[in-house]
Ligand binder design. Structure first.
Ligand code: NI
Length: 257
């Protein structure tokens, strides 16, 4: 399995990261993809990825909840990291978040659009965070509908209509995490219209731990619970969920099998 979205470089893992990685390997996780948060987290992320080469893979991006009035300059300075020989496998995480704060919607949209340019220019998938902002997100994405832009709608928990709208972007997949295991989740019903070929697994560690770990610190080794739940939803063996989502992730992020 591939954990396509895991922030193992944050301080929640400072004490026991080697153990967390060991448990992930034991659980059958073959790769961990790491979305960046903003300019202040880059060094920590790159350090962890350098410690686990061929296992942890970094992305470059500026998270919407970090966006303020003066973020544009910070974002533009990060662009320099894409110079020749960069290690990044994707642009993320980027997007819009109107749940915490609506003040900087315009700035969030500008910063997102800037990073879409990077994804296109460097031919990297875009990892999108979207919370209570689908209409505003599709406003930004619409002009890129018929471009080679590819990516993941990470932590997808939207409605059937939003899923249909997202899947119209043919080079995009939905990232499914522990939310699908929650008791009141509507996602299992929504997924009935989504082919397995359009899904990747993720944890969003340290957040959104699946049942029975809900509320605790999440880690990559728990990803099997997400695969098990999807096996139930799709009525197929867990091995099939693991194999198909792994193939989908390797293809999207252009990692050789
Ligand atoms: Ni995240």
């Amino acid at each position: 399995m591939i954990d396509t979205h895991s922030h193992l470089f944050v301080e929640e893992f400072a004490e026991d990261l080697p153990e967390v990685i060991r448990r992930a390997k034991e659980a059958g996780v073959t790769h961990v993809f790491m979305p960046n948060i903003d300019h202040t987290s880059l060094d920590d992320m790159l350090k962890v990825c350098a410690q686990y080469p061929g296992y942890c893979y970094p992305m470059l991006g500026y998270h919407p909840t970090s966006v303020g009035l003066f973020s544009k300059a910070e974002v533009l300075s990060m662009k320099r990291c894409l110079a020749l020989g960069h290690p990044f496998i994707g642009i993320g995480e980027v997007g819009l978040d109107l749940y915490w704060d609506k003040t900087y919607l315009r700035e969030q949209q500008e910063v997102l659009d800037e990073q879409i340019q990077w994804a296109l220019e460097w031919n990297l998938p875009l990892v999108i965070h979207c919370r209570e902002a689908f209409p505003q997100l599709f406003e930004v994405l619409q002009p890129y509908k018929n471009t080679p832009l590819s990516g993941v709608f990470h932590s997808f928990t939207g409605t059937s209509e939003e899923a249909a709208q997202a899947l119209e972007y043919e080079n995009f997949l939905l990232g499914i995490n522990g939310v699908v295991t929650f008791k009141k989740a509507t996602l299992p019903e929504v997924l009935k219209q989504v082919p397995l070929e359009r899904l990747v697994l993720e944890t969003d560690s340290p957040y959104l731990a699946p049942v029975p770990f809900r509320g605790k610190r999440n880690e990559s080794s728990y990803i099997g619970k997400v695969a098990d739940k999807l096996a139930e939803v799709y009525g197929v063996p867990t091995e099939q969920i693991r194999a198909v989502t792994t193939r989908n992730a390797l293809k999207l992020f252009k990692i050789p099998e």
